[in-house]
Ligand binder design. Sequence first.
Ligand SMILES: [Zn+2]
Length: 338
Amino acid sequence: MNQTLRELVCAMPKAELHMHIEGSLEPELMFEMAERNGIRLPYASVDELRRAYAFTDLQSFLDIYYAGASVLQTERDFYDMTRAYLERAHADNVRHTEIFFDPQTHTARGIPMGVVIDGIHRALQDAQREWGMTAALILCFLRHLSEEEAFATLEQALPFRDRFIGVGLDSSERGHPPEKFARVFARCRELGLHLVAHAGEEGPPEYIRTALDVLHVERIDHGVRCLEDAELTRRVAKEGIALTVCPLSNVKLRVFDQIHDHNMLELLDAGLAATVNSDDPAYFGGYVNDNFVALFDSLPLTREHAQRLARNSFAASFLDEATRERYLKEVDTFFASA
Ligand SMILES: [Zn+2]
């Protein structure tokens, strides 16, 4: 990739729509929190922990991810973790971010819902005040747990309804199809929450179809396996359903063998509203600009693709119309003068 294109994708204004806040916890901060909270990690050092990040699939990642989240105890911990992510996102010219969080990972350890939400929320407010960055929270249900547990989590979160805009579905995809959560998503829909779900990462294209038809989601997280089903691909393109794609994550978790094999170009060529995101940046080797650079380094993507990806990221956001239009205009102004 030429230097100009690299600079362009890094400097362009963008939104991030698929980032799990617990997955942004860097080993250094994890050790710092473990120490101040008196928690013993099953790793002797930051280096040993980083070496353990040799994942073979989604489950091998999730095992380490849940162990790492155990250091999060206080509102300050949730604030510090979120603040660290927002600083990196700001440096990557992220103007707007919609952040996933996994309350069940914390409430199961006895951490109150309010501690989790308040810590994250305060960091989002500071980013808005200091940098004008807009941000919103999406509560994710862990799909390896039951729908009853998802309902209980929703109940616990409702006193904080004004602090999150939607719900999602994450964790182990295989064997846990979207329809397992049909009733709780129907309830969230009644409550006026936005709906998204991970589908078609490791799981089959059929999960994308049921996420749309049974859960009525507005965006598909990942969705890269969509292309295995031509009819589904045409439908997702026609309905303008966005896919929040995470290239470095896909390689780390062996959805693709290497970044050169990634299907981003095919997704765009098929007319799909794909976006670029970092998923769990502390674990997968980089933040959103690292994902853009890796993709543009490895695939024959152009300046036009860059503009389209930046536009897609804001167009697929849950921002109000006026703010979304303002950001889209900012993208076009950037490309007109870059
Ligand atoms: Zn994810």
